[in-house]
Design a binder for this molecule. Structure first.
Ligand SMILES: *[C@@H]1O[C@H](CO)[C@@H](O)[C@H](O)[C@H]1NC(C)=O
Ligand SMILES: *[C@@H]1O[C@H](CO)[C@@H](O)[C@H](O)[C@H]1NC(C)=O
Ligand SMILES: *[C@@H]1O[C@H](CO)[C@@H](O)[C@H](O)[C@H]1NC(C)=O
Length: 351
């Protein structure tokens, strides 16, 4: 039994009273609090010295600088010889400090996780929006070394705030059109440096939540012939966010500006605020590829995991060649109205 702080208890009660539109985040808050309370919790920050001394921070900074430059060259916004590098001493000093993009947030998988997605780098499948090259480093916080043999799973809503592969009242207009698509969902192996890269869009907002991307880190999974994974364990379930001022600019571009769902800012999002606690920073560092958002974006973040940790997130659906199909006995089935994870119906929270 985890002791809940008065603030958390008050927040849960307040949310219970106002009823989270499209569901209830009590369980998610409790899980995040349990993670923050865990005495052996370690963040990427606790590995800062090792990561700098081993040269990893410097190497990764230089690799990312070079990759962004390559993307700019490929898109016609820079010339091959033109890369201006930033002082690495300064980068090392800032590493692990607020806003330098490290995190170890344990958050909820939410009601829209679909298992069985494809191993692929480009997740666009026709979706429009602020196209983003994501570069995610996974660090083992128990050894302070990169995690080189994991699969990182990524999913987010489309630019008007609808998830593919699911149908639910809280998912856009609640219609079935998105069930048949696997856009903006997929997995990538972490490489020799612990890096997984994707091409996706900045997610749109939807009722009750600020814009966010979901991630799950899988260990020991087997790659199947049809390019999906099976088995293994999950050490980490998290969410990535976008800095609010930048997000406001994205929301002014098309098709984000056609989203009719009510907007929740980072500051109004309880899960965002909890994600920021305990020295964690779940906000991605984002650079423009050209001169404006429409030219594309490059986003980086480092994720600290303990590969031996075991999480048991619950999928709502599974991806099949004929679209999303219900996952047997999912506690999210019926979300946000009738599911097992839909709220606690006035009962006091327990863990
Ligand atoms: C790992 O990082 C080093 C140094 O930046 C780089 O030379 C190498 O290509 C990277 N390897 C992979 C597989 O990304
Ligand atoms: C997002 O997905 C929904 C459901 O499939 C679709 O109606 C909407 O047009 C999509 N948004 C964009 C910008 O394509
Ligand atoms: C991939 O293969 C597995 C094992 O045969 C199967 O269960 C799954 O439905 C397949 N997925 C897709 C998308 O083809």
């Amino acid at each position: 039994m985890v002791q809940l702080s008065q603030a958390v208890t008050a927040a849960i009660l307040a949310i219970g009273v106002f009823a989270h539109p499209g569901g209830n985040v009590n369980k998610e808050i409790l899980r995040r609090q349990a993670h923050l309370d865990y005495p052996e919790r370690r963040t990427v920050q606790s590995c800062k010295r090792d990561l700098i001394e081993s040269g990893w921070v410097r190497e990764q900074h230089r690799r990312r600088e070079a990759r962004l430059h390559d993307i700019r060259v490929a898109a016609g916004f820079a010339k091959p010889g033109e890369l201006v590098r930033r002082d690495v001493g300064e980068v090392e000093e800032e590493y692990g400090v607020e806003a330098s993009c490290t995190l170890d947030p344990e958050a909820t998988e939410g009601p829209y996780w679909v298992v069985g997605e494809l191993v692929r780098q480009n997740l666009l499948t026709g979706e429009k929006g602020a196209i983003t090259h994501l570069d995610i480093n996974v660090v083992d916080t128990s050894t302070c070394k990169p995690v080189t043999d994991a699969y990182l799973e990524m999913w987010g809503s489309n630019s008007t705030g609808v998830y593919t592969g699911v149908q639910a009242r809280g998912n856009g207009d609640g219609g079935p059109s998105s069930l048949v698509s696997n856009a903006l969902r997929g997995l990538q192996p972490t490489s020799a440096n612990g890096t997984a890269t994707f091409i996706t869009v900045i997610p749109g907002h939807y009722v009750g939540r600020t814009n966010h991307l979901h991630t799950i880190v899988h260990h020991g999974a087997t790659l199947l012939p049809n390019n999906t994974i099976s088995g293994g364990t999950i050490s980490h379930v998290g969410q990535f966010y976008i800095e609010q001022n930048f997000l406001n600019q994205v929301e002014k571009t098309a098709p984000y500006n056609t989203n009719t769902q009510k907007h929740t800012t980072n500051a109004q999002d309880f899960l965002f605020n909890m994600g920021k606690q305990g020295g964690d920073d779940p906000v991605m560092k984002i650079s423009l590829i050209g001169s404006k958002i429409e030219d594309g974006l490059y986003a980086t973040i480092d994720v600290g995991v303990n590969p031996k940790a075991r999480r048991n997130p619950a999928p709502v659906n599974m991806w099949t060649t004929s679209g999303g199909k219900p996952y047997p006995n999912s506690p999210w089935t019926g979300y946000p109205d009738t599911c097992k994870n839909c709220g606690f119906g006035g009962r006091p929270p327990t863990i």
